[in-house]
Design a protein around this ligand. Structure first.
Ligand SMILES: [Zn+2]
Ligand SMILES: [Zn+2]
Ligand SMILES: [Zn+2]
Length: 430
């Protein structure tokens, strides 16, 4: 008997149909007595249902019939390969730890209209993968509410932890019809379902680290919010709730994770749906969010002139913005010249604020040392050549505690004064 795999069919569904049609013929069926829908047990599922390696392989199954491509977008790039190997090779302990977020085990959902269409098309109903995504409450094809329980008696259709996976049916065990079409009235629910489905495509290019940085950038520089601004954080939470509805937010928070914006500042695991919803919240869609520029107050310029007089690139546009952060409501940018190492910080990005010098850089320090040991160069000359103030000369001098008094005295006077002293001495002698 050949069992076809259907478009968008969920791994649980494949198992259910194999069990339904082949019964005990399932290889290593005992291994199936676990949960069916999580990544954790995916490979237990793949082996027994793979009729032969030449027909279908585990990697194909993982990509086409599981939620792995979706979750994979939210795993940091350097961990993706390792995690995929872990799943494929059945070493699953600690998988959730290394992924950085928990996979929930929700009840299975079905769309009654998809069910009927699948029956007509394939003669076989099945569970759709896109209907099982956390946060998806409506069918994005028919824009009707998905069912996870009988609308009459409340019986759950199927749970992903059941011992034997169930094929979908249009009746509950008490015989109530599940042909229940509730049109979706909420536009945002359809948006979420459509955006969520897009992420089942592994070709979508997302980088979770970049998403997080961008989100923090928008919050810091556009909304002026950091972790400390409790009242402003609360305001975002209220606006977020107004956009997605209180009921929806509560539902996600009860079953998956908190959607409070301050989660982003804490070093805690964040479920993909958090990012998906905030990308929609900030930019309307994931694509818009991806194309949005990283927000920085200095973003209109790429480089700034080097203020270091001894740098070969003095006054050239070479200085780069290396970092920025918000300190009690003010935004600080940190800048450095890659040639000479001169580094300074600047407040608020207006380019008019005072530069706060962090380091004069290695070229300046080397020049300082060279000039310091020259008897013919006074501190006044050094001030001029190095383009600095006595404050910085004094500061740098602290590194040279073993300087001879004679040298120091010589350097205290300019060449002219020294010449005058010499001439005076000569005249006196005469
Ligand atoms: Zn449907
Ligand atoms: Zn019922
Ligand atoms: Zn420089």
């Amino acid at each position: 008997m050949i069992i076809n795999l259907y478009p968008d069919e969920y791994i649980y569904s494949i198992c259910a149909r194999f069990h339904f049609y082949l019964g005990t013929q399932l290889r290593s069926a005992s291994r199936l007595i676990k949960s069916y829908s999580t990544l954790l047990d995916m490979c237990h599922l793949m082996r027994p249902i793979t009729p032969s390696k030449s027909l279908i392989d585990a990697a194909y199954l993982l990509q086409t019939h599981t939620l792995h491509p979706y979750f994979n977008h939210f795993i940091p790039n350097h961990k993706k390969k390792e995690i995929k190997n872990t799943i494929m090779n059945d070493r699953l302990t600690n998988l959730e730890n290394s992924m950085g977020f928990k996979i929930t085990n929700p009840d299975l959902c079905l769309c009654p209209l998809c069910f009927i269409e699948d029956m007509h098309k394939y003669g076989d109903p099945y569970w759709h993968r896109s209907h099982q995504l956390a946060g998806t409450l409506v069918c994005d094809t028919h824009n009707i509410m998905l069912l996870s329980e009988c609308p009459v008696c409340g019986e759950v259709l199927a749970t992903s932890t059941e011992k034997i996976p169930k094929v979908p049916s249009l009746f509950c065990s008490s015989g109530h019809s599940l042909e229940c079409v509730i049109p979706n009235q909420n536009k945002i629910l359809l948006t979420i379902a459509c955006e969520n489905r897009l992420l089942l495509d592994e070709k979508v290019n997302l980088d979770v680290i970049e998403i997080e940085e961008k989100m923090k950038g928008i919050l810091l520089y556009k909304e002026h919010i950091s972790n400390k601004h409790t009242s402003r954080n609360i305001k975002v939470n209220q606006k977020f709730q107004a956009k997605f509805s209180e009921e929806y937010v509560k539902r996600i928070e009860d079953s998956i994770q908190s959607l409070k914006i301050n989660s982003i500042w804490k070093k805690q695991s964040i479920h993909p749906i958090f990012y998906v919803l905030y990308m929609i919240y900030f930019s309307g869609s994931i694509t818009n969010f991806v194309h949005e520029d990283k927000y920085l107050p200095w973003k209109n310029m790429k480089s700034w002139p080097c203020p270091n007089k001894v740098c070969p690139n003095y006054k050239q546009l070479v200085v780069q913005l290396v970092n920025s952060e918000m300190i009690s409501g003010d935004i600080y940018g940190y800048f450095m010249c890659p040639t000479c190492g001169y580094a300074y910080s600047e407040c608020d990005g207006d380019n008019l604020g005072t530069l706060d010098i962090i380091s004069k850089g290695h070229l300046w320090e080397a020049k300082f040392k060279e000039l310091l040991y020259r008897e013919d160069i006074s501190f006044d000359d050094m001030k001029e050549i190095l383009g600095t103030t006595f404050y910085w000369i004094e500061k740098e001098l602290k590194k040279y505690e073993d300087l001879g008094l004679e040298l120091l005295l010589k350097k205290l006077y300019s060449k002219e004064i020294l010449e005058n002293i010499k001439t005076d001495a000569l005249i006196n002698k005469k």
